[in-house]
Write a protein of this length. Structure first.
Length: 260
């Protein structure tokens, strides 16, 4: 998975819906094993299919079923989510999908993505303002910088796809108007932290929260890409997904250093 782009393969979760909502790999499609025989047409057969479950048993049965139905390259993730060492997302299939319906133009998608990136950046800047040590200030401002660079990418991407490009200030106003009260992945950061803030205390807690939100954003963009109605829209969403994957790796390195 690390060696390929997210759209190079199909990631299939064959657990039950409740298990999926509690935790799943970003971008995974949910087709429970019990429903798989009746939903084979929902799974593209033009790419490798990576299948996982909780520990590897159900996914092994699913892999055998797909192979028997003519799928040419099927991979069983041995150990399942119990052995998974990467980041995960949570929530039902509809989580965060209200902002994207799959029929938007690439320009509209970029607007919405920019607004969501801006929301997370503002969160990091606020944490820097509240920080009591130089180390914490530098940490949060570095995280804010990741989002700023992503916003630069989005602005540049927008300029390649429209004939008349507004200046940066007007572009930002237009983008922020397109999505209100949403952050990356459809999460309302303020509301979420008000309810669960005690679980993300301290520097490591903030990084864990950031990784959770970035994983949601990755999951979000991949699901949107799967529902896109044209190739250009899908390409934009896949690019955004790859950016989120890079952000997750950076956060992982920060968490490793704090853990040490």
């Amino acid at each position: 998975m690390d060696g390929h782009r997210p759209d190079d393969f199909i990631l299939l979760d064959v657990r039950q819906e409740g298990e999926y909502e509690e935790f799943h790999l970003p971008g995974a499609r949910l087709v429970p094993l019990v429903d798989l025989p009746d939903r084979l047409e929902d799974i593209p057969d033009d790419r490798p299919v990576i299948i996982y479950c909780a520990a590897g048993g159900r996914s092994m049965a699913a892999a055998s079923l797909l192979e028997g139905q003519g799928f040419s390259e099927v991979i069983n993730m041995v150990g399942g989510v119990m052995a998974w060492q990467g980041h995960g997302a949570f929530g039902p299939m509809e989580l965060g999908m209200v902002a994207f319906v799959g029929t938007e133009t690439p320009g509209q998608i970029i607007f919405k993505a920019y607004a969501m990136e801006n929301s997370l950046q503002e969160f990091y800047v606020l944490r820097a303002d509240l920080a009591e040590t130089k180390e914490r200030i530098e940490l949060f401002m570095e995280l804010a910088g990741y989002e700023d660079r992503h916003k630069d990418v989005l602005f540049e991407l927008y300029g390649k796809r429209v004939d008349s490009v507004p200046d940066r200030d007007n572009f930002e106003l237009m983008a922020l108007e397109s999505v209100k009260n949403l952050s990356e992945g459809g999460i309302n950061i303020s509301a979420f932290l008000e309810e669960h803030g005690e679980a993300f205390d301290g520097d490591l807690g903030v990084l864990q929260f950031a990784a959770m939100v970035e994983a949601q954003a990755l999951d979000f963009y991949l699901r949107c890409a799967a529902r896109a109605v044209n190739s250009e829209t899908e390409a934009v969403l896949q690019l955004l997904a790859r950016e989120e994957k890079a952000h997750l790796r950076l956060l992982g390195r920060h968490m490793d250093r704090l853990g040490e």
